[in-house]
Design a protein. Structure first.
Length: 95
């Protein structure tokens, strides 16, 4: 995460993308979830990573600081080597 945080402070978006893409497949999803949590918290929201194999699609929970006991948004991150098509996205939403 330190590398991602450093690159984020430098606003080096290409290196962030390259770093995330270069991670081993078994680590990529977890690191990406942690990074999303970091970004959301850094933007004034309350985010908590809950991802894992049994998360039922809820990788990151986002809470509004005004109502911190109530989940405001649920984020499901994806770790695919290729972009999801529109049809792929519809299938993921149905799950």
């Amino acid at each position: 995460m330190n590398t991602l945080i450093s690159l984020t402070h430098k606003k080096d978006y290409n290196k962030i993308k390259n770093y995330l893409e270069s991670l081993p497949s078994k680590n990529k999803g977890k690191v990406f979830e942690q990074y999303i949590e970091y970004l959301l918290n850094g933007n004034g929201l309350l985010a908590k990573r809950v991802g894992g194999r049994k998360d039922m699609g809820a990788d990151v929970l986002v809470y509004n600081p005004k109502t911190p006991s109530k989940v405001d948004t649920i984020i499901q991150t994806k770790n695919h080597s290729n972009k999801l098509s529109f049809d792929d996205t519809k299938i993921e939403l149905i799950k």
